[in-house]
Design a protein around this ligand. Structure first.
Ligand SMILES: NC(=O)c1ccc[n+]([C@@H]2O[C@H](COP(=O)([O-])OP(=O)(O)OC[C@H]3O[C@@H](n4cnc5c(N)ncnc54)[C@H](OP(=O)(O)O)[C@@H]3O)[C@@H](O)[C@H]2O)c1
Length: 270
């Protein structure tokens, strides 16, 4: 039986990964788990009580072992605790999902610098340190997988959030290239809008986001794991967003900034 560690497991996309990986199905890490077997899980988030409830539910439903690791990934202590778990060679982690993240409401200079720095800690420093702890051990074993949850915001010039997700994509592609042939797969997952707690937590209004732009977290995760199994290093697991990002790639950078901020004002979170 293999083990998956998911950060931000208690809500939204992370919770969908936890459900999917606890049940049967492929994880794309290259590990042989036996037919129909789910993963043991290590669940990471800040809310201890919610983690405990989630662990009990997944254990009771799927019969897998579920460890909880309460940690705040905006702190050195929290990142260090998860790094230590990933470095534990006696209980190896086969699949790491770096998913924890959040948005800050407002444009540049409206958002307090401390909140932007906190975002960089969770979206960049934590992802770098946890990916490094996990892949060092995976490379020794010759197998394993890492999914770093980025966003389609990585491809458009939209503030600190988009910039942090652009880092996630570039970093993941570079690391995947350097570890090619080692048996360790890395993939950046780039969702569009997903119905989760994300916008509500950031107190962003979503009324003007058209219905067709919303993705379902469970379908997103199923498609993402299929892409990991195929060996993709970047996954945009939806035809609508694939088409949109194709257009973005063809648009000159200078035009893109104005276009995305006009479109964002009209159809984006408020
Ligand atoms: N929803 C979207 O439209 C969308 C689109 C593209 C990309 N994404 C990305 O997808 C990822 C997941 O977002 P989501 O939409 O599923 O959000 P969500 O529903 O708000 O869930 C966020 C999860 O992250 C945890 N978390 C937040 N801050 C944390 C911290 N400092 N330390 C540890 N855990 C923390 C939360 O639990 P606790 O509060 O208990 O810590 C929760 O489990 C994020 O990286 C986000 O940027 C989301």
């Amino acid at each position: 039986m293999t083990t998956a560690l998911i950060t931000g497991s208690t809500a939204g996309i992370g919770a969908a990964f936890a459900r999917r990986l606890a049940a049967s199905g492929t994880d794309g890490s290259g590990a042989d788990r036996g037919h129909g077997a789910g993963h043991h899980l290590v669940l990471v988030a800040r809310d201890r009580e919610r983690l405990r409830r989630q662990a009990t539910e997944l254990h009771d439903r799927h019969g897998v072992e579920v460890e909880v690791l309460p940690a705040d990934l905006s702190t050195d202590e929290g990142i260090g605790a998860v790094e230590a778990r990933l470095a534990d060679r006696t209980h190896p982690v086969d699949l790491l999902v770096n998913n924890a993240g959040f948005g800050n409401k407002g444009e540049y200079l409206d958002v307090p610098l401390a909140d932007e720095l906190k975002m960089l800690k969770v979206h960049i420093e934590a992802v770098l340190r946890l990916t490094s702890a996990a892949t060092a051990s995976m490379r020794e074993r010759g197998r394993g997988g890492v999914v770093n949850v980025a966003s389609v915001a990585a491809f458009v010039p939209r503030g600190t959030y988009g910039a942090s997700k652009a880092w996630v994509v570039q970093f993941t592609q570079g690391a995947a290239h350097d570890l090619a042939g080692s048996g360790v797969r890395l993939m950046a997952l780039c969702p569009g809008f997903v119905r989760t707690e994300f916008h509500q937590r950031a107190e962003m209004g979503t009324d003007n986001i058209p219905g067709w732009m919303w993705l379902d977290a469970d379908k997103l995760v199923a498609a993402a794991l299929a892409d990991l199994a195929r060996g993709r290093t970047v996954s945009i697991p939806d035809p609508r967003y694939k088409a949109l990002m194709g257009l973005v790639k063809l648009t000159p950078r200078a035009l893109l900034t104005g276009m995305t901020s006009r479109t964002g004002r009209k159809y984006g979170p408020q």
